[in-house]
Write a protein that binds this ligand. Structure first.
Ligand code: PLP
Length: 394
């Protein structure tokens, strides 16, 4: 490959672009993970992640991709043959359900059309039917990265409470944490699963469980085999800032920096920034005359927008045109929507002009790939950003 001038636009919805400050933080010698310097790092990242999850409870950090933390959430709280209620919001919910099956759990999978989030009433109905309380956990994806739909976790909590059902609430916010409002304690979540490479702006390689007291209590009697993923093994040494096995020290340097950056900007400002960019992106898509996959106005994701291709047009071919001509990677269609949907990532280390570059690449790509559309999406997004600037400046 010859040198390509300018930077690559990595506009997939995770991994997201890693900012320079984080790259510099990672670029340091690895230290003794049993020594005093590491202890400070351990304390810092564990406390920092409690603030990110908005929890006073335990946070466990794994050197693993998000999938590892999915597995950890299940094996620490459940026993073979347990029923788990899951909800088909998209590809990631489907994969989590498959993982549960392979572990010997019995998922009850509520079907969905991939265009809306979790219907809390459907969850409530299933729990009401379960008089014997054989369902041990409700597992939902907060921000479904395959569809650009965000589910209302507080509503799911209320549904479980209305049914007076003791099931644990397990939530995947692998692509939401650090970009969208999330409140582990306030929303009554028992286990939250997150990852490093999306809103937290780190390279892939770390994942997390935030754990409630109730989940911790469940782990004392849960019988699925676990060793590497065991919370007990982690939480013991974590109390003094250490880890039971070699941690991903350099990624933890990066994590400390990421938390510092998010807190300098202020989490609420970070969330508002993502909301603005999502709003401007939707204006562009609507102006192009293309259809947004998410059908519910109150469930649009702020970190990505999934766009349906007009019938007879391939998203694979379109994304190739964009990559070849503009050095930008867009997200592919996953699972059921493969070759039907492309995804625009607008998360992480991202500002107004990054968005404008991204949308310009999409609009030029649509023209080059001869995808039927109306011009003016980029201009509409500029107008949207300008309007929201005026609102915050007055
Ligand atoms: C990215 C993602 C995953 C998978 O995480 P990996 O790090 O690829 O294992 C799971 N769920 C959601 C919602 C995601 O966005």
């Amino acid at each position: 490959m010859t040198y390509q001038a300018g930077r690559h636009f990595l506009q997939i919805p995770g991994p997201s672009n890693v900012p320079d400050r984080i790259l510099r933080a990672i670029d340091r010698p690895t230290i003794d993970h049993r020594g005093p310097e590491f202890q400070h790092l351990g304390y810092d990242v564990l406390a920092g992640m409690q603030r990110m999850f908005k929890t006073k409870g335990a946070v466990v950090i794994y050197p693993a991709s998000g999938t590892g933390a999915w597995e950890a959430a299940l094996v620490n709280t459940l026993s073979a043959g347990d029923k788990v209620l899951m909800y088909e919001t998209g590809q990631f919910a489907t994969l989590w359900q498959k993982l549960a099956q392979r572990l010997g759990l019995q998922p009850v999978f509520i079907g969905g059309d991939w265009r809306r989030g979790v219907d809390a009433a459907a969850v409530e109905a299933k729990l009401n039917e379960d008089k014997a309380h054989t369902i041990k956990a409700v597992c939902v994806v907060h921000n479904e990265t395959s569809t650009g739909v965000t589910s209302k976790i507080a509503e799911v909590r209320k549904a479980i409470d209305r049914a007076k059902h003791p099931a644990l609430l397990l939530v995947d916010t692998i692509s939401g944490l650090g970009s969208m409002d999330y409140r582990h304690d306030e929303w009554g979540v028992d286990v939250t699963v997150a990852g490093s490479q999306k809103g937290l702006m780190l390279p892939p390689g770390l994942s997390f469980n935030a754990v409630s007291e109730k989940a911790l209590a469940a782990s004392k009697t849960a019988k699925l085999p676990r060793s590497y993923w065991s919370w007990d093994e982690m939480i013991g040494p974590n109390k003094t800032g250490f880890f039971p096995y070699t941690p991903a020290t350099n990624l933890l340097y990066g994590l400390r920096e990421a938390v510092a950056m998010l807190e300098e900007e202020g989490l609420d400002n970070v969330f508002k920034r993502h909301d603005r960019h999502a709003e401007a992106t939707r204006r562009a898509v609507q102006t192009w005359g293309l259809e947004i996959l998410c059908q519910n106005e109150t469930e649009h994701s702020s970190i990505l927008t999934a766009v349906l291709m007009p019938a007879g047009h391939s998203e694979v071919a379109f994304r190739k045109v964009v990559l070849d001509n503009f050095n930008m990677s867009l997200g592919s269609g996953l699972g059921k929507v493969a070759d039907k949907v492309f995804r625009i990532g607008h998360l992480g280390d991202f500002n107004d002009l990054t968005l404008m570059g991204t949308l310009a690449g999409v609009e030029m790509g649509l023209a080059l790939a001869k995808v039927p559309h109306q011009k003016g999406g980029v201009a509409a997004a500029m107008e949207s950003l300008k309007e929201s600037c005026l609102k915050t400046n007055t």
